[in-house]
Design a protein around this ligand. Sequence first.
Ligand code: SAM
Length: 189
Amino acid sequence: MLAAIAEVPRWRFVPAESRAEAWADRALPIAAGQTISQPYMVALMTQELVLVGTETVLEIGTGSGYQAAILSRLCRRVVTIERIPELSLGAKQVLESLGCTNVECLIGDGSLGCAEQAPFDRIIVTAGAPKVPPQLCEQLEFGGRLVIPTGTHQPQMLQVVMHTAQGIVTTDVCPCSFVPLIGAAAWSE
Ligand code: SAM
């Protein structure tokens, strides 16, 4: 995971005016009032997915595409959903230019997951939800892991949801702060 972080040029995913700060360990603004997550948080969430390389991962909240680029090096396939078309199209361009051929960028409400392509081995949500959307649990493969910030608008708790033989088991990781997940199974606009 650290090798993936070292390889992916974060500066390619931030606006020109923020490039000098691209390696700062903090979230930075991107278009449409959204953010590219702090590198530490990208690393932590990726680590909590426990990837071995064979997985299909659903990401909700493409944003700049940076997290998807990290995932693309560590799993078989990434499906990433973004609700703001401008961001999705921008991310797609950068991901293609970096040769991330195993990433599919979709535009839509990711709070409902992606039923057409379910189940997923792993799901990562990079925006804060009021609670875990039940649709995402339903789309998680047996043995799979879902990493998601849940709670109030600010802050949230990073949670790992596992689909086990005993059912759905949720554990807290740490407090965190993300822009809101907006959609039918999340916050209203
Ligand atoms: N993973 C991103 C990256 O690497 O740059 C950072 C994501 S940013 C913190 C959260 C993103 O979630 C925003 O781009 C926002 O538009 C998106 N988002 C919010 N609600 C969404 C939804 N229901 N479906 C898909 N994307 C959503």
